[in-house]
Write a protein that binds this ligand. Structure first.
Ligand code: S3P
Length: 175
């Protein structure tokens, strides 16, 4: 299925860590026949370092610079779905850039759902590493409070607690 009557500008999925951006991205890419790109995986391949190693070597500030460069590069691609990192929209003018270059979708997910998913997640996430459950919940809550103002600038907001790709496709077609 093609997005009729439109160019194939990129679709950016944004939302907190654990909001399901990659899962949704894979599903959408199959339905729309768009290429799926996970920004973290793109960075790992480009720099031949894990996310943990990128943080360790360049610090969070350096990581954000590399993330921004990669985003800029990918924003010029056509026919792709890009799952951003949880922090991507919240640095520099990334949110403004992705809103200008493509269609932005926010997977809005409740704190408790994020906590349950992240508590048991095997993905390496330096900002959450080594935390007790209580610290993890507090970190999620405080980061989410800061970040939601950025996420909410996305064109579409969908329910990340119960993501429904077909509904999202319908929404994009109408909008
Ligand atoms: C981050 C989210 C991660 C990754 C890095 C930093 C963040 O991506 O980019 O660990 O600041 O929220 P996911 O949202 O895919 O876990």
């Amino acid at each position: 299925m093609e997005r009729q009557g439109r160019n194939k500008k990129p679709i950016f999925l944004i939302g907190f860590m654990g909001s399901g951006k990659s899962t949704m991205g894979h599903k959408l890419s199959r339905i729309l026949k768009y290429r799926f790109i996970d920004l973290d995986q793109f960075l790992i391949r480009k720099h031949e370092l894990s996310i943990g190693d990128l943080f360790a070597r360049f610090g969070e500030e350096g990581f954000r610079r590399l993330e921004r460069e990669a985003l800029q590069e990918l924003a010029e691609e056509e026919g792709c779905i890009i799952a951003c990192g949880g922090g991507t929209p919240c640095y520099a003018d990334n949110m403004q850039m992705i809103n200008e270059k493509g269609t932005t979708i926010y997977l809005q997910t409740d704190l408790e759902v994020l906590f349950q998913r992240l508590k048991t997640s095997a993905t390496e996430r330096p900002l959450l590493a080594g935390k007790s459950e209580e610290e993890l919940r507090e970190t999620i809550e405080s980061l989410l409070n800061i970040r939601k103002a950025y996420y909410e600038q996305a064109k579409y907001h969908i329910d990340g607690n119960r993501p429904d790709p077909e509904r999202l496709i319908a929404l994009i077609k109408i909008g």
